[in-house]
Design a binder for this molecule. Structure first.
Ligand code: AIR
Length: 383
């Protein structure tokens, strides 16, 4: 790795992955005066709308890698399915943040879990099985959620089992070659996520916890700040900071956790990148998670995010985008006084695909939540 130095505006930042998260990173970088080079095999990847230059080659294409390496001053990523082997090669010549170490952890739930438990962080009880048949012999109390160790994303590669009788039927639908992580489903009060940015000298800044509501494994609504007591806010931020510090890689991370009925927090997952539940930081904080990604990558000072309002984020999923963009719906929904609209520019719709989001901002998140639910009703019920 190159010596730590500040990479100043005017330089070119490389981005592996060209989805919406990379797009928001690019917008933050452009505002600060950087150029951005996006590498994503999909020619129409959303972040390419903001790129000074972009590459469409596969992540295993040597020629693309050569040109990308020559052009960029440093590299970040926005998706954990970018091959860790590519990041390892790039790291030999360039600063890559977060690096292959955190990427490898995030790409493999088995590694992630053993890292977390090894470091003494609380997680749900779990077992790792290499073959599906081992499920019959597990003594882990039910209900379970079974997750593929690798390549799970947005609820894909996850199956729930509530009783022993249904093990047999689930065996027929589970895909992949294993291993799988089988987690005990814990009753929780709330799902929370905390975004942390950490610099190369291990200085950390965190946002307040966001409260997340999922539907079918996909993030539906995020409420900021989460509706929790101050003491839980502080413990969640401390836990997230400690997790990220123990990984040790500079960058932006999100620690997803569950708040249990007894007030305890347990870690669910770590994302080595900005998070969907942190999009609101663009609008309601003095510094966004994307700007902090740029700052931690370039060794610019990390500043404490100052909140200037409440927010409720509503994801626009799959077909909802098409409904919203019908003229009569757009004309009413887009007239909402609290709402800011983000469309990611994705060219094809898939069920559950994140097509955009609406951010409701104001001074009271109960009012904003009502607005979000009302608009969700309008975009999800129409054909
Ligand atoms: N992403 C990555 N992990 C979680 C999320 N939401 C973002 C990244 C990635 C994009 O989703 O920006 O590039 C992929 O979206 P899609 O709709 O093409 O699967």
């Amino acid at each position: 790795m190159k010596a730590e130095k500040t990479i100043l505006p005017g330089s070119t930042l490389g981005m592996l992955g060209g989805g919406q998260l990379g797009g928001f990173f690019a917008e933050a970088a452009l505002r600060l005066g950087y150029k951005v080079c996006v590498w994503d095999p999909s020619p129409n990847a959303p972040a390419k709308r903001f790129a000074s230059i972009s590459f469409d080659g596969g992540f295993d294409d040597k020629e693309t890698r050569k040109q990308f390496t020559r052009l960029v001053d440093c590299v970040s990523l926005e998706w954990e399915n970018v091959p860790a082997s590519l990041v390892e090669i790039l790291e030999q010549e360039l600063r890559v943040r977060p690096g292959s170490r955190s990427l490898r952890l995030a790409q493999n739930r088995t590694l992630e879990k053993s890292f977390l438990t090894g470091q003494g962080f609380p997680v749900a009880d779990y077992e790792v099985v290499d073959s599906k048949m081992e499920l019959h012999n597990l003594s882990l109390p039910l209900p379970w959620i079974i997750k593929t160790a690798t390549e799970g994303y947005d609820g894909h590669g996850q199956w729930r089992i509530s009783d022993r009788k249904s093990i047999k039927s689930v065996l027929n639908v589970i895909t992949g070659d294993g291993p799988w992580v089988v987690e005990r489903i814990v009753p929780f009060m709330m799902e929370l996520s905390v975004v942390v940015s950490i610099s190369s000298n291990r200085n950390c800044v965190t946002y307040p916890p966001t409260e997340n509501i999922h539907e079918d494994g996909i993030l539906h609504i995020s409420i900021s700040p989460g509706r929790i007591e101050k003491s839980i806010t502080e413990s969640a931020q401390r836990l997230a900071r400690e997790v990220v510090q123990s990984i040790g890689d500079p960058g932006v991370f999100c620690v997803e956790m569950f708040l249990l009925n007894n007030g305890d927090l347990i870690v669910n997952e770590i994302a080595p990148r900005p998070h969907n539940s942190g999009h609101h930081t663009i609008d309601t904080f003095s510094v966004s998670q994307y700007e902090l990604q740029v700052r931690s990558l370039c060794d610019l000072p990390l500043v404490n995010p100052i909140r200037n309002g409440d927010s409720v984020l509503l994801n626009i999923l799959g077909q909802e985008a098409m409904t919203l963009l019908k003229p009569h719906v757009a004309n009413t929904v887009m007239g909402n006084d609290y709402a800011r609209f983000y469309f990611y520019g994705k060219e094809s719709v898939r069920p559950g695909r994140k097509m955009g989001h609406i951010l409701f901002t104001g001074s009271d998140n109960e009012t904003l939540l009502k607005e979000a639910i009302e608009i969700h009703g309008q975009i999800s019920n129409q054909t």
